[in-house]
Design a protein around this ligand. Structure first.
Ligand SMILES: Cc1cc2nc3c(=O)[nH]c(=O)nc-3n(C[C@H](O)[C@H](O)[C@H](O)COP(=O)(O)OP(=O)(O)OC[C@H]3O[C@@H](n4cnc5c(N)ncnc54)[C@H](O)[C@@H]3O)c2cc1C
Length: 493
């Protein structure tokens, strides 16, 4: 019998499993789907030879997170390819904001708002590692890495707080004089699938916006699956086993296992442990809210997208919505349970740096539109129209499409309730108290059972930090192992 079982093989489940196995435990991972990776999978869903990322596509967090930096993706054979333009934001009339990897070049392209952009991101960029340590912490303890802790300048908290307040209140326009820079910033804030003028939105744009100039927004050669495969290979190398095609229906299956880590949304925890959860905890879990959702539309194209605005052809990621006001209106509609007339579309063109995703000369194009939770609407036409608005002629390049509506998302991954790709709304409360208000959000009241999914701090994204924090608690409490997980990953222990 294994010492530890992990249920779910998303990046957090695999991150936790790798740490536990490196600590010398016998680890088993049970995955419902036929393939590993959860939100980090790649498959041919349109035409043969076209490899599409089914969920996560761009990886600013995977190259910046303490977990992955210690794990070292490159040493595990994952080639991260970094577009020169991290993200672009086209506007009507053939104009666009471009967030280059280079901050100065970005500022130079933003006209009268160049200085404002430089002043917002410059100080954060100089301290980006501290900012990441802060935001990717368990929101309860100081950053794990003692080196970061010793270096930490209390000013970073102040600077971050000032920017959070600015970009979450009516002050948010004061900094800007033109329309491109605010639209560029709002495109990132809207990743949270929340009204962008909010603290979670401001937090997302501060973190991802800084990383755009620090490490870029890379894509892995061959697709996001490469990240999951690297973690799985490391786990197996350290004696771990992965069982796919096994959806766990009851936690009772693992009664004789010392510790169980669940890479699951709270609703799935409730389903598999319903009869055993104490009433108060179960009630708190039921209050956990699921948020706005995504309808994923993948395209196989006969050529690159014909963007009207110069520079967009060099971007890995593009935010398609138009002005700041349009983004606010679209997210307001989604938050109110409606479909926006002109939806926010997040798109990725991996072919800019990775020629392995499609047959020679052809391209894959990744998109998802924000929709209300549980939406059954096929957004292919709405997405196509939004792309066509900024890239006339796009429609003529389409060879095939594949759609996954929000309502069908849970059939692909039970964590994405109603198509909520964050496994829980990123409200201010749920950014900190995730999934319930407890000092240790990873530990459940069931002996030896921990949550390690993105429904715990620090929230969604492919960064492995939820898995790391949960594994650290499980190692300490269940096995008395106090070694820093970062040392285990870096081979220092
Ligand atoms: C459409 C989409 C786009 C995204 N884009 C990005 C992006 O570009 N960049 C980024 O960083 N992040 C992105 N994300 C978010 C990112 O994919 C997730 O935050 C991340 O995968 C969460 O990892 P996890 O390990 O917590 O859970 P998941 O990756 O969701 O994995 C959970 C796993 O548990 C399994 N499971 C569930 N229930 C059971 C059960 N009962 N028994 C056994 N197994 C079970 C599931 O099948 C799944 O494999 C995106 C997500 C989606 C859906």
């Amino acid at each position: 019998m294994a010492d530890a079982v992990v249920v779910g093989s998303g990046p957090n489940g695999l991150a936790a499993a790798v740490i536990l196995a490196r600590a010398g435990l016998e680890v088993e991972v049970h995955e419902a789907a036929g393939s590993i990776g959860g939100g980090c999978r790649t498959a041919e869903v349109t035409l043969p030879g076209f490899r599409h990322d089914l969920c996560a596509g761009a990886h600013p967090m995977a190259v910046a997170s303490p977990f992955f930096r210690a794990f070292d993706l490159a040493a595990h054979g994952v080639e991260m390819l970094t577009p020169q333009v991290s993200y672009a934001h086209p506007l009507d009339g053939g104009r666009a904001g471009l967030a280059w990897l280079d901050l100065e070049r970005t500022a130079d392209g933003l006209g009268r708002d160049g200085g404002a952009w430089r002043r917002y991101f410059g100080p954060l960029l100089r301290e980006w590692e501290d900012l990441v340590a802060l935001i990717m912490s368990d929101m309860r303890h100081p950053p794990l890495d003692p080196a970061v802790l010793l270096r930490l300048d209390p000013g970073i908290e102040l600077r971050a707080a000032r920017r959070l307040v600015e970009q979450s209140t009516p002050l948010w326009d004061l900094r800007f004089r033109e329309d491109i820079a605010p639209a560029l910033m709002t495109g990132v804030a809207t990743h949270a699938i929340r009204p962008p003028r909010s603290i979670p939105g401001a937090g997302v744009s501060m973190l991802l916006g800084t990383l755009a100039h620090a490490r870029g927004w890379p894509v892995p050669r061959g697709g996001s699956q490469a990240i999951a495969d690297a973690l799985a290979a490391d786990l197996r190398h350290h004696g771990g086993r992965i069982i796919t095609g096994h959806r766990v229906d009851s936690i009772d299956e693992f009664d004789s296992v010392r510790t169980v880590l669940l890479d699951l949304a709270p609703a799935e925890l409730q389903r598999i442990a319903a009869n055993r959860l104490p009433g108060r905890y179960a009630k708190a879990l039921s209050r956990f809210q699921y948020g706005g959702a995504a309808c994923k539309v993948d395209f196989a194209l006969s050529g690159p997208v014909p963007w009207q605005a110069r520079g967009c052809e060099r971007a890995g990621t593009l935010h398609l919505i138009g002005s700041r006001a349009e983004a606010v209106a679209a997210e307001k509609a989604v938050a109110a349970g409606h479909h926006a007339e002109s939806p926010y579309v997040l798109s990725i063109q991996p072919g800019v740096v990775d020629d392995s995703r499609a047959p020679a000369g052809k391209h894959t194009f990744y998109t998802y539109a924000h929709v209300p939770n549980g939406s059954t609407r096929d957004m292919t036409e709405a997405v196509t129209a939004q792309v066509e608005r900024f890239a006339p002629g796009f429609r003529d390049l389409i060879l095939a499409t594949n759609v996954r509506t929000a309502a069908t998302m849970p059939a692909h991954n039970a964590n994405y309730i109603g198509g909520d790709i964050s496994a829980g709304a990123m409200t201010l409360r749920q950014s900190i108290f995730r999934p319930v208000p407890r000092w240790n959000p990873y530990r459940t009241p069931l002996p030896g059972v921990y949550l390690c999914s993105s429904a715990t701090p620090p929230g969604p994204g492919v960064h492995g930090m939820n898995g790391l924090h949960a594994a650290r608690h499980a190692l300490r409490r269940e096995f008395g192992i106090r070694t820093d997980p970062l040392d285990l990953l870096a081979g220092r222990a």
